[in-house]
Write a protein that binds this ligand. Structure first.
Ligand code: SF4
Length: 305
């Protein structure tokens, strides 16, 4: 059979996610074994299942390997500057509360350079879903240690082992006001997709930490092996616990047998931040209270003192 005849016989079906991916941007730049592609797939799968019109979804990312995500998904998306994905997304969410804004960011971008924006957006209960792809290092810039690099882990800036205590991100997110907090790995694709979907349905600041292999920046110096071996590590060590004490779920990579706790940790109702420009502001104090405040204000003397 000729090549042309074979080609005629082959029916190439579209991939179910084709509509939500920018095929013209592929192939992607991610290393073999990187987990970021799985997160992107879980996100577009959740977008498709959400029932929310695609033109109401917005994806914002910052800088780094995870920051590439916004360039690959076929929703309105923005690839912003380092550490500034949250304030950029905040502007969109506050200006148009009809939009469902998801931030896809790496651990360094989100909680180091962007750490201040992260805690205050959560404190204000800004309506954002934040996916943090945590691969324990700054992958794109050469495997430097970041705010989630585990104690004693090797990196290009900690050749004798990291001595700084890492963030426990779910504990941090809960402490500063998130209405929904979960942690999964890229091995847990069904749970992750459902978790993203749940996050899309809720109000307030929602946070999902996603552990993901970075064989190039983190796996190689720490003898973890390739991406598949890190996935095997997740398979062996992850324990699903949906109501753990969040201060107890640090990830301890120095003890190969210590469990990695994953699950849907927090799911509470907290109304979203509603500034004046985006609709009615809840009454925070009765009119009489305002009158008292006014009565105690210092009156300016006629001579200006
Ligand atoms: S450096 Fe790490 S995070 Fe970046 S693409 Fe490669 S494996 Fe993925």
């Amino acid at each position: 059979m000729s090549v042309a005849a074979v080609q005629k016989e082959v029916h190439v079906n579209a991939h179910p996610s084709d509509q939500l991916m920018r095929a013209e941007r592929l192939p992607h730049i991610l290393c073999p074994g990187c987990g970021i592609g799985s997160v992107i797939h879980c996100y577009v799968d959740a977008v498709a299942a959400s029932g929310i019109p695609v033109n109401r979804h917005v994806c914002v990312s910052g800088i780094g390997c995870s920051g590439r995500a916004a360039g690959y998904v076929n929703v309105d998306s923005y690839h912003t500057t380092h550490g500034r994905s949250v304030p950029f997304a905040l502007g969109i969410a506050v200006y148009n509360p009809e939009l469902h804004v998801t931030v896809i960011s790496g651990d360094g971008d989100l909680t180091s350079i962007g750490g201040n924006h992260f805690i205050h957006a959560a404190r204000r209960s800004v309506s954002l879903l934040v996916l943090c792809i945590n691969n324990f290092n700054y992958g794109m810039t050469g495997g430097q240690a970041g705010p989630t690099t585990p104690l004693s882990a090797l990196s290009s800036t900690t050749p004798f082992g990291c001595w700084e205590r890492p963030f426990n991100l779910p504990h941090l997110a809960h402490a500063v006001g998130a209405s929904y907090v979960a942690r999964w790995t890229v091995l847990h694709v069904r749970q992750l997709r459902n978790s993203i979907l749940r996050g899309m349905q809720k109000e307030g600041f929602r946070f999902i930490e996603i552990l993901s292999p970075c064989p190039t920046g983190f796996g190689r110096p720490n003898d973890i092996g390739d991406g598949l071996m890190e996935m095997q590590n997740y398979l062996r060590r992850c324990e699903v616990r949906n109501e753990p004490h969040l201060h107890d779920i640090d990830i301890d990579l120095t003890h190969a047998d210590s469990p990695i706790i994953v699950g849907d940790f927090v799911d509470i109702d907290r109304p979203s931040f509603r500034p004046i420009i985006s609709g009615p502001v809840p009454e925070t104090r009765p009119a009489e209270a305002w009158a008292m405040v006014k009565a105690t204000q210092i009156k300016e003397e006629p001579n200006g003192k």
